[in-house]
Design a protein around this ligand. Structure first.
Ligand code: GUN
Length: 293
């Protein structure tokens, strides 16, 4: 069994990005600039955004964090999005999700200029991704593809089972694993109403768990030799930790890991790659790799 080290892989990719940024700057271009909008004080979102700002520093990017209280109106938030759309100094930006309940998340996502949508959440990017056109690919599925590629894990023609059908992980992951130019796998998507979920998991060569239920994937659901990718990052109370919680994956790691050919740990697997892929998308935005503005 080999542990897929997302932390080390992400550090390596960030170092590669930093070199590219230094070359850009040496040519007289300004460094890439990522902006983030954070609404409210959700603990998870605060951590993600803080880590995104730190990753920008590590890559030599400029970053701007715009913070708002959770009583901001939808119209005011739309105005902020419009300002970032129009700002030529900002290459790409994200609006950290989830947003407060009184704000229509989809309306905000669709207000973002798709050419600056480095999260890859805008329907134009989602649609282009689905038919294999150049676009921003959302960071978590992109990070998983990158881990599979960097660890030389064969995906073509293999059976890939995805647990979860969210817009930001399950659905794009299924699209990408299916496409010839990415996973080229046989893809099965299971969710909370799938009657044959356990049976499907047991037949998976590659099992990608993204359902947000700690230790959902048990040892008896995994085929010996399978590749297991754990996207779960649920905070569970833990009095022995200074923070009062620890992160739990969707996989019962202790019992599943010995069965696998490869497995991602939590933390230190998919998580660090996600932020690193956002950096790659921001570099692509600064270079106008997919779209010109
Ligand atoms: N909330 C959880 N994951 C993400 C992400 O990748 N991007 C944004 N904007 N919000 C999130």
């Amino acid at each position: 069994m080999q542990i897929i080290d997302g932390k080390a892989t992400a550090a390596q990719i960030k170092a590669e990005i930093k070199v590219e940024v230094e070359e850009m700057v040496a040519r007289g271009q300004r460094p890439p600039h990522l902006a983030a909008i954070l609404v409210g004080h959700d603990g998870g979102s605060e951590t993600y955004v803080k880590n995104k700002v730190l990753a920008c520093e590590a890559c030599g990017f400029r970053s701007t964090l715009l913070r708002f209280e959770d009583d901001i109106t939808e119209d005011d938030l739309l105005s902020q999005v419009a300002m970032l759309n129009a700002d030529p100094e900002v290459d790409g930006f994200i609006v950290q999700l989830p947003l407060p309940r009184h704000i229509n998340e989809q309306r905000i996502i669709e207000a973002i200029d798709y050419r600056k949508d480095v999260d890859g959440f805008h329907p134009i990017n989602v649609g282009r991704m689905a038919i294999g056109l150049p676009c921003y690919i959302s960071a978590t599925p992109k990070g998983i593809l990158e881990l599979l590629r960097r660890y030389d894990i064969e995906t073509s023609g293999r059976r890939c089972v995805i647990l979860g059908r969210s817009n930001i992980v399950g659905k794009p992951m299924a699209q990408l694993m299916m496409q010839k130019q990415y996973g080229d796998s046989t893809v099965i998507v299971c969710h909370s109403h799938s009657r044959t979920l356990v049976k499907e998991c047991r037949q998976a060569d590659i099992l990608i768990a993204a359902i947000g239920q700690p230790a959902f994937v048990r040892a008896d659901m995994v085929k010996p030799g399978a590749v297991v990718i754990d996207v779960g990052t649920t905070r569970v109370p833990d009095a022995t930790r200074k923070s009062g919680y620890r992160l739990s994956g969707d996989v019962d790691y202790e019992h599943v890991a010995p069965l696998c050919s490869y497995i991602t740990p939590v933390p230190g697997g998919v998580g660090p790659m996600t932020i690193c892929m956002l950096m790659q998308n921001t570099l692509a935005a600064a270079r106008k790799t997919y779209y010109s503005l």
